[in-house]
Write a protein that binds this ligand. Structure first.
Ligand code: MN
Length: 261
């Protein structure tokens, strides 16, 4: 009896290994890999489900006053985007202050508080008028930036990826369903360091709205469920050092807190 059971199991495994891809009726988890790779997920408030992150898109210079402080003219600049690696996500539970390691290679580490939109529907050339139908949920996020590296590489006309797209550079609070919150067209967005107000603006000051960002992005990339968008930061970005506590707020969402360690 035991022997038969072993033989049966072995032959099933061999079939899966031989084909190497999903068979009808065989779950994808049966695919064999030589080692495990973590999947990035973000908790969803009020749900036992978690949101699987496919890509992280970020928009640059999306508030006029911030574009000016970065040295560009906001009135003539079309939106531009960059990406962070999916595993740059650092999940932060609401009401907590998560330890956030000061990264390597920088002496000028900056905060950027941003509204994050998470998509459950994708597409190409999505019209602005229906773009928000693709948003599943919203969260507060931080686009942490090694500003000295970003600037130095930009000055040399090299990709500034190392300044933006590094480990844990995307702290994020839990997702809140768009069906419950509605769209975030306006409302306060602010950031404090050690209790002192640093960034303080309104979401309605975005140069390109979330709907316009989705429309523009979908001209360059086929958007997919699981994509999330960091929608840009207001003016008055600045540096933090070890020991600093950052408190981020967007009206209608719980605050996001991290401590630089
Ligand atoms: Mn940013």
């Amino acid at each position: 009896m035991q022997r038969r059971s072993v033989i049966h199991t072995t032959s099933t495994l061999a079939l899966g290994a031989l084909t190497g891809c999903a068979l009808p009726g065989v779950a994808q988890t049966d695919i064999k890999t030589p080692f495990a790779v973590a999947t990035t997920t973000v908790p969803i408030v009020g749900s036992t489900l978690v949101f699987p992150v496919r890509r992280i898109y970020c928009i640059g210079r999306n508030y006029a006053a911030h574009a000016r402080e970065m040295g560009s003219d906001p009135t003539r600049e079309p939106p531009f985007f960059f990406q962070k690696p999916t595993d740059a996500i650092q999940n932060v539970a609401p009401g907590s202050v998560a330890n956030h390691p000061y990264p390597s290679l920088t002496k000028n580490y900056h905060y950027e508080v941003e509204l994050v939109a998470a998509l459950s529907k994708g597409g190409r050339n999505i019209p602005i008028s229906t773009a928000l139908d693709h948003v599943y949920a919203y969260a507060v996020g931080l686009d942490m930036t090694r500003r000295d590296l970003q600037r130095a590489l930009g000055d040399e006309k090299k990709p500034w990826e190392i300044g933006k797209s590094f480990d844990r550079s995307a702290p994020i609070g839990p997702l809140h369903l768009a069906s419950l919150t509605g769209p975030f067209m306006q409302g306060g967005i602010w950031l404090k360091v050690n209790g002192v107000l640093k960034q303080n603006a309104n979401l309605n000051q975005m140069i390109w709205s979330v709907a316009e960002q989705i429309a523009k992005l979908s001209e360059a990339f086929e958007l997919m469920p699981g994509d999330i968008i960091y929608s840009g930061t207001p003016e008055n970005v600045g540096p933090v050092v070890r020991g600093d506590v950052i408190d981020c707020h967007i009206d209608g969402l719980p605050n996001l807190g991290i401590k630089i360690v």
